[in-house]
Design a protein around this ligand. Structure first.
Ligand SMILES: Nc1nc2c(ncn2[C@@H]2O[C@H](COP(=O)(O)OP(=O)(O)OP(=O)(O)O)[C@@H](O)[C@H]2O)c(=O)[nH]1
Length: 404
């Protein structure tokens, strides 16, 4: 404010008997800008990480192997902290309140509803009006469990234990039998349970295997989103070189979650991709390297040879890798998934399993069979196509959702 204006106001205040403290505030234009913290405009966070949508075809690949660093995406999504699915948004006034997003447990329960019907629904029918439990009841239960994809070995083991509990007078009625069944299934799942911990190695190498169509690439994308969201530097290796679309799908995920990717042209040697990916991971200080492999080895011999070759190349660069060999199985294929677990366990030193597509499948009993029969930890389960639908496996929560 100009000096003459100030004295004019001071004189005026004096006349009116107003104190100096009530001198009119300076206009905003006159406020000093220095030393005042300017509010940064808020950058809008992306609303959700949906599975990738089909992108226009990538430009033709050169004949040379290409090491493709993916440019950092503009939004802060990649380093966004991994969060549980968003809390239910307030429903619009006209919408009924039930339309709010359900909790993960509710969604798990809904995903397992068909499996619940196949196992628990039939057990309930078996026990309906039964005054006491005898060996005939257990025989009928055995049939239910086998046909519900719990596997012969696991079912026989479960029924033997229940027979012993029957002898010890622990199964007085249907409710006691159901409780005992729940406990025994949970025990078998806990036996080999171990979550996947990707810290302690740099890079931590996860090799993902499984036949085509089981949800391997989608699972890799969801895992990359999870680790990138935790602030880890992720690199994807597109070693499924049989199909150009597989590498493209992976590249879309890489862009979306802010991961790097190493890919070669279609039909290239998968081991060459792995070699380049290992070199890049070391050079770039990658935290988690996830390798996508092809699942098109039709015989066990082919599969073993391919896996051996990839491992040979990998261990030359990262001697103690891979730190996890993750087998992806489609739960909806039931016994087929069990046969794949057998084949891959023998051929590829599987250390953990992901069971996808549990949503809408009646064959969720396979989770128990795979874990118990092959002594394999179930690391994650897939209950839908969106990124938050891949969940760390929790045996207690799983069995609770199944029995409720
Ligand atoms: N409903 C459901 N669909 C899933 C789940 N996981 C993956 N999918 C879907 O399964 C389909 C196959 O998934 P991909 O990831 O392409 O399978 P892949 O094993 O990589 O197959 P190839 O690329 O052919 O080897 C896709 O449509 C996925 O969206 C899941 O947990 N639930």
């Amino acid at each position: 404010m100009a000096e003459e204006n100030k004295s004019f106001f001071k004189g005026l205040f004096k006349k009116l008997g107003i104190g100096a403290a009530e001198e009119p505030a300076e206009t905003p234009e006159e406020q000093p800008s220095q030393g005042v913290e300017q509010q940064e405009p808020q950058q809008e966070a992306p609303t959700s990480l949906q599975p990738p949508v089909a992108e226009p075809p990538a430009p033709a690949q050169s004949a040379q192997p290409v090491l493709t660093p993916v440019p950092e995406p503009p939004a802060p999504a990649p380093r966004q902290l991994w969060t549980e699915p968003a809390a239910p948004a307030p429903a619009p006034v006209s919408e009924p309140a039930e339309q709010a997003k359900p909790s993960f447990f509710d969604r798990l329960k809904r995903s397992l509803s068909k499996t619940h019907e196949t196992i628990i629904g039939r057990v309930d029918t078996l026990l309906l009006g039964k005054k006491e439990i005898d060996t005939d009841t257990l025989e009928e239960l055995e049939e239910i469990l086998i046909t519900a994809d719990l596997g012969v070995k696991t079912t026989v083991d479960l029924i033997r234990t229940l027979e012993q509990r029957l002898k010890r007078d622990e199964l007085q009625d249907g409710a006691a039998l159901k409780r005992a069944l729940k406990e025994e299934i949970q025990l078998r799942l806990l036996e080999h349970h171990a979550p996947l911990v990707v810290t302690g190695k740099k890079p931590f190498v996860i090799m993902v295997i499984g036949v085509n169509g089981v949800g391997k690439t989608t699972t890799i994308g969801k895992l990359a989103a999870r680790y990138a969201g935790e602030g880890q530097k992720v690199l994807l290796a597109a070693a499924d070189t049989f199909r150009a679309a597989a590498a493209e799908q992976l590249e879309t995920w890489a862009k979306r979650v802010g991961a790097d990717i190493v890919r070669h042209k279609e039909g290239a040697d998968p081991s060459a991709v792995v070699f380049d990916a290992c070199k890049a991971a070391i050079a770039r200080g990658t935290d988690v390297l996830i390798i996508d492999t092809a699942g098109r080895m039709h015989t066990k011999v082919n599969l073993m040879e391919e896996m051996k070759k990839i491992r040979r190349v990998l261990t030359r660069e990262i001697p103690d890798g891979p730190h996890e060999t993750l087998l992806v199985l489609d739960a909806a294929t039931g016994q087929n998934a069990l046969s794949q677990a057998k084949l891959f366990k023998e051929a590829a030193d599987v250390t953990g399993v992901v069971l996808t597509k549990l949503d809408g499948s009646a064959k969720g009993g396979i989770v128990v069979a795979v874990s118990h029969e092959y002594a394999l930890p179930v690391r994650f389960i897939g209950v839908g196509e969106s990124v938050e639908d891949l969940r760390a496996f929790d045996p207690v929560q799983f069995v609770d959702a199944l029995f409720q």
